[in-house]
Design a protein around this ligand. Structure first.
Ligand code: SF4
Length: 319
């Protein structure tokens, strides 16, 4: 059987476990093409207008797989750790896709909800669809988990992840920038208009939240209210760590227009940067984003950081 995995949203966090799990069960995994203009246009045409750019793009990836596979894997990811939730658009994703696109192959919409059942239960339920051999499912589950650990360590060691296939500049550059935001905004080149490549060319060393993940919980007590989105916790915790340990010369936050979660997280992170005199900027993207305006803002921000380093550090960090 051919199982399609759309290259969008939480693909960038969990592809290692999903791919290896299905392959160990003897299934063929087909990943949709890298994001491109056609995938985006197709996605926008099928998705509701109010959705954010990553959700629209995800619709395009589903269309890209539609006639090539027997199943499309779109899990209903409600919670990946106790007492947290995912963004409502992510937990409603399978329902939204089924509603928006007709003629799809069967959707594997396994529910992952660590608030009320274990990850293992969900994965075993999924495995039983392909084999009754419990030992085989267990092997596939363990293989998937191991791959996920390797995948996450590849970030922590600041090496290049095979799934993301990005060259992230880790050598010491002119300056070090924290690139903050959701994984799909950071690693999808259509969403972020090739931001990583642009920073690499500008000789900037890049740090992302995934690289500092083990410090996520160290600084969360500084936030008055509990953050109940797991990705929000990761972004806030790692950004606070980078700022307090003076690891970065500036921070760029990539956000999708209309993201409710970011409207809160950006406020928390930008205040932290301001208090610590760390330059901070937000680049907001949607399907109408133009490269010229984006580049101008990026260049101005990098120039400001370089001047601060070279000449005077009293240049305003916040415009
Ligand atoms: S967290 Fe924001 S960017 Fe991500 S799916 Fe939800 S609304 Fe869209």
């Amino acid at each position: 059987m051919k199982i399609g995995i759309p290259k969008g949203l939480l693909y960038y966090d969990y592809i290692a476990v999903w791919k290896d799990f299905f392959e160990e069960l003897g299934q063929e995994v087909i990943i949709s093409d890298d994001s491109n203009k056609k995938i985006l246009t197709d996605g926008v045409s099928k998705c509701i207008d109010d959705a954010c750019l990553p959700v629209k793009l995800y619709h395009g990836h589903v269309l890209n797989l539609k006639d090539k596979v027997d199943y499309i894997f779109i899990p209903k990811i409600i919670s990946v750790e106790k007492k947290t939730y995912q963004c409502p658009k992510i937990l409603g994703l399978p329902a939204m896709i089924k509603q928006s696109i007709e003629g799809l192959p069967e959707i594997l919409d396994t529910e992952i909800n660590l608030r009320n059942r274990s990850y293992k239960t969900s994965i075993f339920e999924l495995g039983l669809k392909f084999t009754k051999n419990i030992a085989k499912i267990k092997r596939a589950y363990n293989k998937g988990l191991q791959s996920l650990c390797d995948y996450e360590s590849s970030f922590k060691n600041r090496s290049i992840s095979h799934a993301i296939k990005k060259t992230i500049n880790n050598s010491k550059g002119i300056s070090t920038i924290m690139l903050a935001g959701h994984s799909y905004n950071l690693f999808d080149e259509v969403i972020n208009l090739n931001l990583i490549q642009k920073l690499n060319k500008s000789n900037v060393q890049i740090i992302t939240p995934q690289m500092l993940d083990k410090h996520t919980n160290d600084y969360l007590h500084q936030v008055k209210r509990k953050i109940f989105w797991s990705v929000g916790k990761q972004i806030v915790g790692t950004c606070f760590y980078a700022v307090e340990n003076k690891m970065i010369d500036g921070m760029i936050y990539i956000s999708s227009f209309g993201c409710g979660l970011d409207s809160i997280i950006i406020d928390i992170v930008s205040r932290k940067c301001e208090r610590n005199n760390v330059p901070f900027t937000v680049l907001v993207v949607d399907e109408h984003s133009g490269e010229a305006g984006f580049n101008t803002r990026l260049e101005a921000f990098l120039d400001m950081i370089h001047w601060r380093k070279k000449d005077e550090d009293n240049i305003s960090t916040h415009g």
